[in-house]
Design a protein around this ligand. Structure first.
Ligand SMILES: *[C@@H]1O[C@H](CO)[C@@H](O)[C@H](O)[C@H]1NC(C)=O
Ligand SMILES: *[C@@H]1O[C@H](CO)[C@@H](O)[C@H](O)[C@H]1NC(C)=O
Length: 374
């Protein structure tokens, strides 16, 4: 199994490096199987799905008054007054990604911990599984626009009915759902106070414009978490470049600890919602350090004493790039130990433990690169 994966990785890496072939199929994490992958065709025959038909896009409300999802409809006030919707409370709208549906671990794990907060929150789960079906990535990627427009129409309706104000809305999406989040924010004219993109998918979005993908104009505060970033030949699936006001790069934003045997970056890609969900359970689990580059951060050259929280408690005043380290397994957060230098910026030794981690990390990277060059 392992050798099979290594072989595939080697062939792909070598092939891509020399431009021998362009992949037409990549793999995303299987939302229903933690170790599985699902194929995504980057070109090829398109099935006969109307990308203008919003009828398969549905919305499901969960609140602490009713943890069983209830379907709600835009322009149908009875479906909302008859639900557990809490007027004027804060609202979070969540979007799954490629091959997903609303009952998957993301967004469900996050929903569960949000409901456990001592707060009234309306959680709306978007379901666009028909348009997100594997392997039709060429349908799913452009459909993020239609899903964004349709979800924004529901939010506009709720606002018109006086059930929610824009200042109470938080949009969250994972993978392709990050672009759904961006497109919802775009339809709301960038007035939404918080948009969270969890490892925004890169394939096909590198060749489109900001109007169709997550970018800082989509909200007053756009935060982006990068965990499986890079190009396909680097085992990446998501944007490495900054896409928000604040961009968080745990472990350099790629090749997450505990994901060493992954193919196509699928394990790392799935980490972004896991870290964010954990930050909701305990905000002290993750601190992030503002720094120009991960190498400077690792070398202890950035002053992490003015750290911020990562995740749901990150301040909307955050700007630029932020870094931290995590553990291989849940709980991923290391608290202050996830920072390399949180005292003296000129210190070149730092603590012993972070140095050892840096050594391990650098040697892994070097070994990996040597191996790929064979
Ligand atoms: C309201 O909800 C109840 C129970 O869920 C259902 O039986 C009823 O048909 C709903 N009414 C409307 C107007 O949607
Ligand atoms: C769905 O599409 C129809 C037809 O274009 C449109 O009238 C309707 O407003 C759309 N619904 C939403 C919620 O956007």
């Amino acid at each position: 199994m392992i050798w099979q994966r290594v072989y595939v990785k080697l062939v792909l890496t070598v092939g891509l490096s020399f431009g021998a072939f362009t992949p037409t199929t990549v793999y995303f994490p299987d939302p229903n199987n933690i170790n599985g992958v699902i194929p995504a065709y980057l070109d090829g025959p398109a099935p006969s799905i109307q990308a203008t038909d919003n009828s398969s896009i549905t919305f499901h409300l969960v609140t602490r008054k009713s943890r069983i999802p209830q379907q709600i409809f835009a322009y149908d006030i009875a479906s909302i007054t008859n639900s557990s919707f809490i007027p004027k409370a804060s609202l979070k709208i969540l979007s799954h990604g490629f091959g997903g549906e609303y009952t998957d671990w993301f967004p469900m794990d996050m929903t569960k911990v949000l409901l456990d907060l001592d707060e009234d929150i309306n959680i709306i789960l978007i379901d666009w599984k028909k348009l997100a079906t594997s392997p039709w990535y060429t349908i799913a990627a452009p459909a993020t626009k239609l899903v964004g427009v349709t979800a924004a129409n529901l939010l506009k309706f709720l606002m018109q009915e006086g059930l929610v104000t824009i200042d109470n809305i938080h949009i969250i999406g994972h993978s392709l759902g990050s672009h759904v989040a961006g497109n919802i924010g775009h339809e709301l004219e960038g007035k939404c106070p918080r948009v969270t993109a969890l490892d925004p998918a890169l394939p096909l979005f590198d060749i489109t414009t900001d109007e169709n993908r997550i970018d800082p104009s989509d909200g007053k505060f756009v935060e982006v978490i990068h965990t499986g970033s890079g190009h396909l030949h680097e085992n990446g699936l998501a944007f490495l470049s900054t896409r928000g006001h604040a961009d968080f790069y745990p472990n350099r934003g790629m090749h997450q600890p505990g994901c060493e045997s992954e193919t196509f970056g699928t394990c790392s890609h799935a980490r972004a919602p896991k870290y964010y969900t954990e930050s909701i359970v305990n905000k002290e689990n993750f601190y992030a350090c503002s720094c120009g580059h991960f190498d400077l951060f690792l070398a202890g050259k950035c002053d992490c004493s003015n750290r911020i929280y990562f995740g749901l408690s990150s301040p909307s005043t955050a700007r630029g790039k932020y870094f931290f380290l995590t553990q291989e397994k849940s709980p991923y957060g290391m608290g202050l130990n996830g920072l390399v230098n949180f005292g003296n910026p000129s210190s070149d030794s730092g603590a012993d433990l972070p140095n050892f981690r840096i050594f391990l990390m650098l040697s892994t990277v070097i070994m990996y690169n040597l191996f790929l060059k064979l």
